[in-house]
Ligand binder design. Sequence first.
Ligand code: B12
Ligand code: SF4
Length: 465
Amino acid sequence: MVGTVLGLTVADVVLIYPFVYRESPRRKLWLFPPLGQGHITAYLREKGYSVRFLDCTFRGLDWAVAEAVRENPLVVGVYCMVTLQDDALAMAKRLRELLPKTLLLAGGPMPSGNPKAFLHDFDGAMRGEGELLWVDLMDCLVNQRDYTHLEGLCTKGPDGVLVGNQKSPLIPKEILTQLPMPARDIYDHAHYQQYWQQKFGFTQTPVFTARGCPYGCEYCDQPIFGYTYREHSVEQVLADVERALADGYSHIWFADDIFMLNWQRALKICEEIQRRGLKFKWDCLGRVDVNRKVFDRMAAAGCQRIFFGIESGSPRVLKQMGKRFTPEVVHQALQDANETGIRAAAFFQVGYPGETTADILATLDLIATLPLDYLSFTITYPLPGTKLFDRVVAEGRLLPEDRQEWKRAGHNVVTYRADHSQFKLRWAIYAGRARFLAERHLGTLGRGLGRLITATTVRALPLLS
Ligand code: B12
Ligand code: SF4
């Protein structure tokens, strides 16, 4: 519906992803286009609205601002997750000046969790799933109806007070399976593929097959989908995979919180990949409490690596986190995965509130004994909106606001009153990584070196504050 609305010539909506790739060339970050904006675009288009998507990753914020101004849209929506807050807010300030008549909205994980924080610079924040709400909003705007009552939309009242504070109602499963999958033509495939080829030697892109996770781990933020679980149909998933492959990618990242949460469905997807003769490699996130048979079938369908959220080697900390498994289960699962030819990757944390030095050492020990292909080891960050954050507040561990911010992925800064110094926690991370790298890359000599470093650290850690 490109045309003239309320006297403005428009692409109706501009969506902005304000992530900018600013890392040193040596860092190998995973870069993916954001799927949520692809979903919103596809549904808005289906309903007759035109959308321009601006991905700042390779082009920067100035480019996006200039393009948004050129489009002069009815609404600009800016996505925001924890690492993007500064850029999203700065961008809103500039857009407000340059596009005084355009409705400026924030959406995604951070505005969904804390809409108030965005209402100074934006006209409103959307909480939760966006597809249906965006179309309702556009229908209101185009028909000049009031939109402030829409559930999921938070706006500023005349006196600056928050109007509306609900999340958008979760999309019912029977509607989710009818919605279009992401509009993949909006993504800058050339840049992403060039980046992946250069950094990793292959090209990978995400596919999202099911929304949410019911486990409710203490530290995990579920600002959009809550502790629900709703699936796209196997048909939708395969059509999206085929589209991603047609775009030229060799690898798929199944980006669901836990790809084999409903393992019977995961098996159906695997079967269908094989039945259609689709040849590609894929990775996914998984849990360790899965039947060995599932790994077998996943391997046969091209799964090359599973990322397990193991998080700690201490049974006590695992319990506190709500992980619902023990280190013994971890060993078995990783061994099973390896035996089927699937490489195992793992996420670990250090500095969990209440964690003792003995707990940290248990984590280092576990890391050292697992057959891992990749290790992500970071300092715990209590995300606002999580049960962990509430505990941190209740235990008086909250730091002044300027020290709570998580500016970059994986920067390993202590952002709350932890039980150990940042120095000690970083030391533990270096030790864990050194041991992992030595085991993996350096042969017998390296393994000896790795064990030496870990052993020294094991002795030194209790002495550090
Ligand atoms: C894939 C993924 C990644 C990928 C790619 C991210 C990307 N390009 O978007 C990678 C691996 C790179 C990644 C990295 C990180 N991630 Co991540 N990631 C995810 C994951 C698993 C799926 C995202 C997705 O595709 N969702 C599917 C779509 C359909 O949902 P959606 O994006 O939320 O979109 C819906 C709504 O948000 C809304 N919407 C979306 N965009 C917009 C825009 C506007 C204007 C509006 C109004 C609405 C709106 O409508 C959409 C459709 O309903 C989510 C968890 C999850 N379940 O969503 C975590 C998640 C988003 N990641 C998270 C985190 C913490 C990170 C890291 C910081 C991790 C780390 N330690 O480094 C980094 C930061 C990277 C960065 N960009 O700076 C957190 C964010 C928490 C928060 N409060 O901000 C999440 C929620 C995971 C969690 N449970 O903690 N991540
Ligand atoms: S950490 Fe993993 S298992 Fe736990 S709630 Fe989050 S997505 Fe689910």
